[in-house]
Design a protein around this ligand. Structure first.
Ligand SMILES: *Cc1c(COP(=O)(O)O)cnc(C)c1O
Length: 383
């Protein structure tokens, strides 16, 4: 049985990306070809993220990017506004506290996106805030925040924006420079569809400035971004440590595929997401969050009354080879989540999912006829 991963990450890794990892090893520090490969790879991310900012590739799962962004920007006593309308949004508060900062948490219903007005008001109330953390797509609740507006407010108010785009990078268009984003971070295992283990950071001059102006320099080594700025980014001669060659080869192939698809990449995510949402709605499910802020990489919907979350998803996996996500925290046992990001955003996979899903629901006594056909009809209607 061909297994299908429709979780909100990690997602299926294409064969060409897996093969890239099997290329012969090189000495990353001494081989001139590798040095130029690395430069080209960072240029590809500049293209994907529409930026001239410095790109740093850290060897670690996306969380390393959240932590690196916070520890480099935040020092003892710094107030940081934490936009909390989702699990990852709220989680930033812990990184801020760990760094000695003071999180100012602005909470909002997990069904509603933050607006520029919310942010302006909070910054008026807390004029000492030095940075704002936020999440583009907050996956556990399928929230898409309008970072295009929020980042611009930060820029205007001279506060540093730290944006978790792990679950949106290479799926939603991101105009890093036009929106004035200071630190944008993404991970390899979501829409980019590479294996987990790499983080991509785009860092503005303003963010570098803030790091240079700290009263106390950040004392760590591995997450210290200035080590990159003052070394590799300055002269292109020396990495701070041996680079994860195979992971970088995989990332390179993944970003090649993304760039080759061009704007169609974003269109594909939108088409699949819309058809998925419409199909669930027509079949009597309700979606979260509210209509104007639903992510195109993940769809969250209610678990029907009387169905045990874990048991149902186990059956879907064991009997049909399809995995979808549940959620956690207050949403645990209440919603299911279909990840349709990167290689998950493929019509044939959603078709197979809806076919299996309707069959399994029927075994539970819930008749939702022809969900797969409804999906195809919705997909064609939108195209
Ligand atoms: C996946 C994800 C991360 C990384 O977290 P893991 O669950 O450890 O992979 C960070 N932020 C967001 C929004 C994510 O979706």
């Amino acid at each position: 049985m061909n297994k299908i991963l429709l979780t909100p990450g990690p997602v299926e890794v294409k064969e060409s990306v897996r093969r890239a990892m099997a290329r012969p090893m090189v000495n990353a520090d001494l081989d001139p070809e590798f040095l130029s490969f690395f430069n080209q790879l960072t240029d590809k991310f500049k293209k994907l993220l529409k930026t001239e900012n410095d790109i740093i590739l850290l060897n670690g799962e996306g969380i390393i990017g959240l932590e690196a962004a916070v520890v480099n920007i935040v020092e003892a006593g710094d107030q940081v506004l934490v936009l909390d309308n989702g699990y990852f949004g709220k989680g930033f508060a812990d990184f801020v506290s760990n760094a000695g900062g003071v999180p100012v948490i602005l909470s909002k219903d997990y069904n509603q996106a933050f607006t520029a007005e919310d942010l302006e008001k909070a910054l008026d109330q807390h004029p000492k805030v030095k940075a704002v953390t936020m999440v583009h797509c907050d996956t556990p609740s399928a929230m898409l925040n309008p970072i295009e507006e929020l980042a611009l407010v930060c820029q205007r108010r001279q506060v540093i924006s730290i944006i978790d785009a792990v679950a949106s990078m290479a799926a939603e268009p991101i105009e890093t420079d036009q929106w004035g984003v200071d630190i944008l971070l993404g991970g390899s295992q979501k829409a980019l569809s590479a294996p987990p283990g790499m983080t991509i950071l785009a860092i503005s001059d303003r963010a570098w400035q803030r790091m240079y102006e700290r009263k106390e320099p950040y004392k760590g080594f591995y997450l210290n971004l200035l080590i990159w700025k003052n070394g590799w980014l300055k002269d292109g001669k020396e990495f701070p440590y041996t680079q994860p060659v195979s992971d970088l080869y995989a990332l390179d192939e993944a970003v090649n595929l993304a760039l080759a698809e061009g704007d169609q990449l974003f269109q594909r995510h939108q088409d699949i997401a819309e058809a998925t949402r419409q199909t669930l709605l027509e079949s009597g499910f309700s979606l979260m969050p509210e209509e104007n802020c639903r992510s195109n990489t993940v769809t969250a919907f209610n678990i029907p009354e009387g169905i045990a979350d874990q048991e149902f998803r186990n059956k879907l996996w064991q009997e049909y080879g399809i995995m979808i996500g549940g959620s956690w925290g207050p949403l645990a046992g209440k919603i299911w989540r279909i990840g349709h990001m990167g290689e998950g955003a493929r019509a044939e996979k959603l078709f197979l999912f809806f076919t299996a899903f309707a069959k399994l629901l029927k075994a539970y006594g819930l008749d939702k006829p022809e969900m797969a056909e409804v999906f195809v009809r919705n997909l064609n209607k939108n195209n």
